[in-house]
Ligand binder design. Structure first.
Ligand code: MLT
Length: 411
């Protein structure tokens, strides 16, 4: 009989969001009359921008004509898309990123997991607590962790607590770590960072020969001019950071699938023989072998995000969700509930009322208000007395959910 990857046996539960969906479905089957409002997984609800739709329709027509038909595309993505990204997302902000350093993919979730393919198994890896669970779970699958303790922490990872006391921004570790996952604007806390804080991380990584895996999937929600959008706004980051970006949350591509990863050509890792190796070459090799690129149609849709119409339409989508975030924050605050985030980010990090544990609050909210959120402990032990509410939903649902919650949980 074939043997299995035993690392999967280390998991104590299923992946967070399907696990929540399972509980919600069980409740819904037992209470078919309940009008459940889902503010759990950060999934968009508003339609795709018209500019993207029109570009995709045109691309479908291209596929119907022998003269413009496309077969396999470049594994790294089409140059016309990568050039627009390089110019508008990076160079326009003073970041020295070339189109050839951008790899188009089908998602940041996939890329933040797949990136482990190019790293060894003997790295010291740091994650924040709470954290986007993909970073931890993919390290478990890769065999980079040991047993899971009672707090749900995997042996072998360095956990950096992010709490209200440190404004949900991790302190620079006192020990040397090789890989550090950072996510700003942060999932799940909705916190943002400053250039000074990122500079400290870049300095730390350069001194310690570490690499920062910087997840900027929510950068489009930044409206405050002082908040950095990219790690490459910090001098020296080209030598110590990989950045992940996505079209999921800005242009509503969660079901359409398009994202990008930046691997600067100056970024190096160590081989076992002690030599320095360009990580760009390894990621390029990995993508060329395991990935056939994102469809032409979807890449044309993503390209439209950079047109004047596309930019205006994306801006209004972002403003719509940010307004939802504002409503969530103000309604909960008025009810005496402590909230964080929700500004420059689509997530509101709520302190559970009445000292409830995060899963108890989840159950109570589902049963008494028919509202779904995400229990903070699903993101790590430090999330135990927190609960994440996503701003991705219709205005009507957000308002109805806040009405229901504040009636029940006013303190
Ligand atoms: C979340 O809810 O944290 C996100 O939707 C997850 C994801 O983007 O994969």
């Amino acid at each position: 009989m074939a043997t299995i990857n035993d690392n999967y046996l280390k998991f104590k539960a299923g992946y967070l969001f399907p696990e929540i969906a399972r509980r919600v479905n069980t409740f819904a089957e037992a209470h078919p009359e309940a009008k459940i409002i889902k503010l759990g997984i950060g999934d968009v609800t508003e339609p795709l921008p018209e500019a993207c739709r029109l570009a995709m329709i045109k691309a479908v027509e291209d596929m119907g004509d022998r003269a413009t038909f496309k077969g396999y595309g470049p594994e790294q993505g089409y140059a016309w898309l990568r050039e627009k990204i390089a110019a508008q997302d990076f160079q326009a902000r003073g970041c020295e990123i070339d189109a050839s350093e951008i790899f188009i993919s089908d998602g940041s979730k996939c890329d933040t997991g797949n990136i482990l393919d190019i790293f060894g198994n003997n790295n010291t890896i740091a994650v924040t607590d709470p954290v986007y669970p993909v970073y931890v779970d993919t390290n478990v699958m890769a065999g980079n962790t040991g047993v899971v303790n009672d707090r749900g922490e995997s042996e072998g990872l360095v956990y950096l607590p992010i709490t209200a006391e440190n404004n949900f921004t991790a302190e620079i570790p006192s020990q040397k770590v090789d890989l550090i996952y950072l996510c700003f604007p942060n999932n799940p806390t909705g916190a943002t960072t400053t250039k000074e804080h990122l500079r400290d991380w870049v300095d730390y990584a350069r001194v310690n020969d570490g690499i920062i895996l910087f997840d900027a999937a929510y950068e489009a929600f930044i409206t405050d001019a002082s908040v950095p959008h990219s790690i490459y706004e910090i001098e020296g980051a080209r030598d110590c950071a990989i950045e992940f970006r996505s079209f999921s949350k800005n242009a509503g591509f969660t079901g359409t699938r398009c994202a990008l990863t930046v691997v600067p050509k100056t970024l190096k890792g160590k081989a076992t023989d002690g030599s320095d190796v360009e990580l760009w070459k390894l990621w390029n090799r990995r993508q060329s072998t395991k990935f056939n690129g994102v469809s032409y149609i979807v890449q044309r849709g993503a390209e439209a995000v950079y047109s004047d119409e596309g930019k205006a339409q994306v801006k209004s989508l972002i403003e719509f969700y940010l307004e939802n975030g504002k409503i969530i924050c103000s309604k909960l605050q008025n009810a005496g509930i402590n909230v964080y985030g929700g500004v420059n980010a689509p997530y509101v990090w709520v302190q559970t009322p009445k000292g409830l544990s995060s899963w108890d609050f989840f159950d109570k909210l589902l049963q008494t208000c028919h509202v779904v959120g995400t229990p903070g402990s699903g993101f790590g032990a430090a999330g135990e007395e927190y609960f994440r509410i996503s701003a991705f939903n219709s205005r009507e649902n957000v308002e109805a959910a806040m009405q229901r919650i504040t009636e029940k949980f006013k303190v």
